[in-house]
Design a protein around this ligand. Structure first.
Ligand code: FES
Ligand code: FE2
Length: 354
């Protein structure tokens, strides 16, 4: 099981999901309540009433202005988590206070900081396509019944597209073409690239771009451990010129695939997925197609990872795996996650205990 990495930003929700309805999400085993104040600010606090632990995200809990009223006996909390009213008495216990979480909105996501120390100047990694006028985005979120490490493994090795996603995004060339891997250990970033110069065009790209023949297909992965995965996908008719020295690339279609990977519990994971494209920007038919197609692909992964987690749960401790070249990126990610988990645990410990 991949250990949790604390003292990090994680995507808790899409910005559009957080509003004047109470929303509950569990992140790194911490139940978190999210909502927006009347002036539009997103806030996050513990999703358990201090009285009898009723989840504040559940009805009949409700908002009263910017305050949260517990639906069980009416304890009422401000946006700072401090209890301002209890039933039947004037005196409010000094300890009646919910933990609050640092919140940041960036790139159409609501990020929440999970950890014991403050984020300071630390910012989440960027996914600027998510709210850029130059891209059209379709997105969704699925919950996986597996540890987040299995999703990281899955995304860093796209050779599985050929087998698990045949007929959608997989073609023989994906599994056949070797990868190059680069690791920036210090920054915690893994890069995996696979450039196919003459490949079959899978339906996902044929239908959305209108290309009918073979293609040049580049997959350039950038995984920012632990929380954000970017796939820069470049599709062009086979033989089209490569990008110019200044980065201009008028002959190609570009798709930025974004996954925010948020561990929920030890064996459940939020899989936020988005597909941003720089073509057919106003075409609703293309948007509908890509949303449906990508959701199908994501669900193929969900089913596979659920099955894999169940299988691993029946294994004896210390079971063996066998890794090959395609696993280079995934193994690098595992090493970085293990280091970050150890550092996060260390930072979270009281100074005297270190
Ligand atoms: S559990 Fe919330 S007021 Fe009693
Ligand atoms: Fe997949």
């Amino acid at each position: 099981m991949t250990a949790f990495v604390r003292n990090q930003w994680y995507v808790a929700a899409y910005a559009h999901e957080v509003g004047r309805e109470l929303l509950g999400r569990t992140i790194l085993d911490e139940p978190i309540l999210l909502y927006r104040t009347e002036d539009g600010r997103a806030v996050a606090m513990a999703d358990r009433c201090v009285h009898r632990r009723f989840p504040l995200s559940q009805k009949p809990s409700r908002l009263d202005g910017d305050r949260v009223v517990c639906g069980y006996h009416g304890f009422t909390y401000g946006t700072d988590g401090v209890c301002v009213s209890v039933p039947g008495q004037q005196r409010i216990p000094r300890t009646a206070r919910l933990a609050t979480y640092p919140v940041l909105e960036q790139d159409a996501f609501v990020w929440v900081w999970i950890g014991d120390r403050e984020p300071g100047g630390t910012l989440p990694p960027r996914a600027p396509w998510m709210d850029s006028p130059d891209y059209t985005v379709v997105s969704g979120m699925e919950t996986i019944d597996s540890g987040y490490g299995l999703l990281v493994d899955n995304l860093l090795d796209l050779s599985h597209e050929t087998y698990l996603h045949g007929g959608y995004i997989g073609t023989p060339e994906v599994a056949e073409t070797p990868i190059t891997t680069e690791v920036d250990d210090r920054a915690g970033i893994v890069y995996v690239s696979r450039h196919m110069d003459d490949a079959e065009c899978p339906p996902f790209y044929a239908t959305s771009t209108g290309i009918t023949g073979r293609i040049t297909r580049w997959q350039d992965i950038e995984y920012h451990a632990p929380c954000l995965y970017l796939l820069h996908s470049r599709i062009a008719p086979a033989g089209a010129p490569a990008p110019g020295p200044n980065g201009s690339d008028p002959h190609a279609f570009h798709v930025e695939v974004v996954y925010a990977i948020t561990p929920s519990t030890e064996k459940t994971t939020y899989d936020f997925w988005a597909v941003a494209r720089d073509f057919a920007l106003g075409d609703q038919g293309v948007s509908d197609f890509l949303r449906e197609n990508n959701r199908t692909v994501v669900l193929q992964d969900v089913v596979a990872l659920n099955v894999l987690q169940q299988a691993l749960d029946t294994e004896q401790d210390g079971y063996q795996e066998l890794s090959i070249n395609i696993d280079t990126g995934g193994l690098a990610a595992r090493r970085i996650l293990a280091r970050l988990a150890a550092e996060g645990a260390e930072q979270g410990r009281p100074a005297a205990a270190r």
